[in-house]
Design a protein around this ligand. Structure first.
Ligand SMILES: [Zn+2]
Length: 230
């Protein structure tokens, strides 16, 4: 199994390649479909091998590219039950800012996103916590990881890799440590979701924004923030 990070305009997506099929974690912002299709072909695979697109949560930078992708190829789409309607109808969700200075960004997003030509895509399969993804041929399971939004899902692969969407802001300059995302509905639940993934054996974390990090690095942030005992 190989995981490829596909950089996008706002958020990255992850293409998971197995011998028998392809899987996509998030579909990115508008226009990301062409990036996904190009990446698949560059690997020598066919778009028709795409079996499942799992949307970690229904923010536009994670499902905006979905309709364009479904215009080009057929696949199954899934997300948390709370976000099925938003993905199917093309609705707009924005989480509140929790990092200083981001309130303006959130206000701007709320005012401008209504003008965007958001298209829904369906039907979307509702996935609950613990859903075994091996039914699709992917060795892993779904973990409900609320915090950034109530309907956030992560994918925990059997090898310990966790694809976490926006549950954690990945490593970036200047600190190069994993952090809470700049926007979140409930930071207490976010920390609890981090601890749950660690308890479930996640060792490598792939976020949608910024760089990947290890379980040790996430635990260090939990200790720094006084959530886990030092
Ligand atoms: Zn988000």
């Amino acid at each position: 199994m190989r995981i490829h990070r596909l950089r996008g305009l706002m958020a990255s997506t992850h293409l998971i390649e197995t011998d028998s099929a392809l899987f996509l974690i998030d579909a990115g912002f508008f226009g990301h479909a062409s990036t996904i299709l190009r990446a698949i072909r560059r690997l020598g695979r066919q778009p028709q091998e795409l079996r499942l697109v799992l949307i970690t949560h229904a923010h536009l930078d994670h499902f905006g590219g979905l309709a364009g992708l479904s215009d080009a190829v057929a696949f199954e789409t899934a997300c948390h039950p709370d976000h099925v309607c938003t993905v199917e109808r093309g609705g707009l969700l924005v989480s509140p800012a929790v990092r200083l200075g981001w309130e303006h960004y959130v206000q701007l997003a709320r005012h401008t996103m209504g003008w965007l030509p958001v298209r829904g895509t369906g039907p979307v399969i509702p996935l609950k916590d613990g859903t075994d993804l091996s039914a699709w041929g992917l060795p892993g399971r779904v973990v409900h990881t609320p915090g950034h939004s109530a309907g956030c899902l992560s994918v925990l692969l059997d090898d310990g890799t966790a694809l976490v969407g926006d549950l954690v802001q990945g490593k970036r300059l200047p600190t190069l440590v994993p952090e809470l995302p700049a926007m979140a509905e409930d930071t207490t639940r976010a920390y609890a979701s981090w601890e749950r993934l660690l308890a479930m054996g996640a060792t490598r974390f792939l976020p949608a924004h910024a760089g990947e990090f290890t379980a040790g690095e996430l635990l260090a942030t939990l200790r720094r923030d006084g959530i886990a005992a030092a």
